[in-house]
Design a protein around this ligand. Sequence first.
Ligand SMILES: [Zn+2]
Length: 270
Amino acid sequence: MTDTQIKAPCDLCGSLRFKEFWTFNDFYYVQCEDCGLIHQNPQPEPDDITNMYAEDFFHYTFENQDAFFNLMKLSLQDINFNQIAREFEGERRILDIGCATGLLLNHLKLQGWETEGVEICKPSADYARDQFDLSVHGTNLFDCSFPNDHFPVIHFSHVIEHVPSPSDFLKEVYRILKPGGYIIVTTPNVEGLFAKIFRKNWRSVRTDHLFLFSRKNLRDLLEQCGFNVLKYRSWGGIPVEMSSGKIKQITDYWVKYFNVGDVMLFLAQK
Ligand SMILES: [Zn+2]
């Protein structure tokens, strides 16, 4: 890595001082020396990023859709989503950014929510529309041009680590969120137990993960973009493919207790 390859200032603090973090053959992560944010710098070209979400990504999404859906339902329970729903009785409108094949939106639609989805992977967007008759924009968030102050609730699970500028993304989310409205955000936790153990072999180290957040970095970014952070949770110990028995149960309990889970969740408000 040479200095000339560093293309962009840190998305969180604007610094241009980075150190190598994890290096691979075709991509690498650097860490901002000022705020600690870990990210790919330089990033893949925009066309290459778009191409990451083609047919192969759809197959990956489709094969894992039930597992992802179950995790999202658990995360909603964890933040007491029913209470949020009661707050917005009469205007239950939710946007799911990165809605994948639409299972969560369909689940919410059946509970009486007016739903809208954004999904950059076109085959997934098509599936959600065809299978569940959902309104899904097969593009990125910015191209949707939603009105100001529109959605009382916006959900995005495992999305923010994929976008080229999380701060621009969060500012757009803020613009379209109703004052008093909520966002529900989940992303891998780079300070979780498994990231610490597996390091470069951690399952969330992927070419399409442009950012790897710590709890502090994401909280700071949310606050910098105007949000009030209300709740933080983390969960997930041993991946289900490695152990599904008692050991998994015990690890899952303790990582959650110590907030060092593999995935973290924030509930924040405008
Ligand atoms: Zn920084």
